[in-house]
Design a protein around this ligand. Structure first.
Ligand code: SF4
Length: 213
């Protein structure tokens, strides 16, 4: 939630390979240290922060995420999971934030033929997304729109998921204030007309396109 002091846990590794991935160190070139669940929980407890955001990469890829969420909920933490919604896990959280990936998100097939194929196979399991939604206390479906070519598919996905408009968030792709401002001129009214929520990319506006923000 924008403006809420939160502890971010970022898992490294992803089952997709979006061409625009803004965390390539957790997808295309995964890196990071192995940290035990107990140590993560302890670090969160020591921080004194109640809200925890589990993100990635794809945070539902490691099955240990289920135990991490259980332990944090037992300790009274509010948990948001940011996921592409492609992996079924029996995991409990307070807010399941699902970001389905459009067909335009696939990597270039001439450069990455295997990943392009896998990406297309994996990116849109509607039944899995519905299960994640049903088992969560609350949810949102968040779309990052790169251009008008994504809008038809966005509406198809919303219809297939059967979610109400107020649960749908739309944000522009963009890595600079100028790009975000330009996208807002046409995407904001399109979003409002359909009763969806428009969301700017505040981390870009506040910190720029920088790692760790
Ligand atoms: S699903 Fe997310 S983390 Fe994975 S490649 Fe796409 S943008 Fe990156």
């Amino acid at each position: 939630m924008t403006g809420t002091n939160s502890f971010f846990v970022r898992t490294s590794g992803c089952n997709l390979r979006c061409w625009f991935c803004d965390t390539p160190y957790a997808s295309w070139r995964p890196e990071g240290d192995q940290v035990s669940i107990a140590d993560i929980v302890q670090a969160i407890e020591d921080s004194g922060v109640r809200h925890v955001v589990l993100t990635g990469g794809e945070p539902l890829l490691p099955k240990e995420s289920v135990l991490l969420c259980e332990m944090l909920r037992e300790r009274g933490h509010h948990i948001t999971i940011e996921t592409a919604g492609t992996i079924a896990r029996d995991v409990a959280c307070d807010l399941m934030s699902i970001s389905p990936k459009f067909r335009t998100s696939a990597p270039d097939a001439s450069e990455h033929p295997r990943w392009s194929e896998l990406h297309e196979q994996r990116r849109m399991p509607i039944a899995t997304m519905q299960t994640l939604i049903e088992q969560s206390a609350d949810y949102q479906v968040k779309f990052v729109v790169d251009g008008s070519r994504d809008l038809e598919e966005l509406q198809e996905i919303v219809a297939q998921l059967g979610v109400p408009a107020e649960k749908v968030w739309v944000m522009p792709q963009g890595v600079s204030n100028a790009e975000l401002d330009q996208a807002a001129t046409w995407l904001r009214p399109w979003t409002a007309e359909r009763g969806f929520q428009y969301c700017d990319r505040m981390q870009i506006r506040w910190y720029g396109n920088r790692r760790g923000t």
